[in-house]
Ligand binder design. Structure first.
Ligand code: ZN
Length: 259
């Protein structure tokens, strides 16, 4: 596969020498991506297994943030990214856990989700529908879009970012978190890094490559959030996470891009 930036094949080099050896680094844009993406049927099966209902109720989907992380993201978003009255879209909403948290805080929030089983779970258990077609939405409809641990899954990165850009209002914000390949564990574990081993992780970003692709989709003012929300509870984790953030080796890359 060519890099989504369109660079020719001779710009691509193998990224890991052991473990997940199918990742390629594009020397032109800095993107790291799988040389062969799983096909639609294979991806469907991976997600179907992840979203089996018992996994959702047990919070073991490996796909969705836990309750603590969701509250932590909602705290950050309401303090820094969104204002009361804004329309928000959670892109890659899973079963709707963040959508519900933001709605409970009085915000206007929709969710978008590819996985049919996750949409069905949301409707049956939370009582509202998640969207499955961005093209049905008017231009400039949302003041903010969130993508929490989603961008690394996208099979069509450039067009998905363009679709999101289209539904954002001028000045609207796109809030993204994704595993950071510049993080401490990624540096130590390389091709055996947990996030690289997940077969549905098609991209491994660092600051340079994510900025490149956001700018290319039209976003300006891409901002790196160094002290990003915590994903786990507990003082030991929080001290570790703050230290890694301060050293620039956080396992999570967090950015806000402006339309
Ligand atoms: Zn590239």
């Amino acid at each position: 596969m060519n890099c989504p930036c369109g660079a020719p094949d001779d710009q691509l080099v193998q990224y890991f020498q052991t473990g997940e050896t199918d990742f390629r680094l594009c020397n032109s844009c800095g993107c790291v991506f799988r040389q062969l993406f799983p096909g639609p049927e294979e991806l469907d099966e991976i997600y179907r297994q992840a979203y089996e209902e018992e996994n959702i109720s047990g919070e073991t989907t490996n796909q969705e943030s836990g309750d603590y992380a969701v509250r932590s993201f909602a705290d950050y978003l309401t303090a820094q990214v969104v204002k009361p009255g804004d329309r928000i879209l959670d892109y890659g909403a899973g079963s709707g856990i963040l959508v519900s948290e933001l709605r409970n805080r009085g915000l206007v929030c929709d969710g978008f989700e590819f996985a049919q089983s996750a949409r069905e779970y949301c409707l049956a258990n939370r009582g509202y529908s998640l969207k499955s077609d961005l093209h049905a939405l008017p231009d400039g409809y949302y003041q903010a879009v969130t993508m929490i641990e989603v961008i690394e899954h996208l099979t069509d990165l450039p067009n998905t970012l363009k679709d999101i850009y289209r539904v954002l209002a001028p000045g609207g914000k796109l809030f993204i978190t994704t595993p950071s390949r510049s993080g401490f564990r990624a540096r130590i574990e390389k091709g055996n890094w947990r996030e690289a081993r997940k077969k549905f992780h098609l991209f491994l970003f660092d600051w340079r490559s994510i900025s490149f692709h956001l700018n290319r989709a039209g976003f300006t003012g891409v901002e790196h959030i160094v002290f990003s929300p915590f994903q786990k509870e507990g003082w030991k984790f929080i001290i570790y996470a703050r230290l890694m953030q301060a050293l620039g080796m956080s396992g999570t890359l967090c950015v806000v891009a402006t339309k």
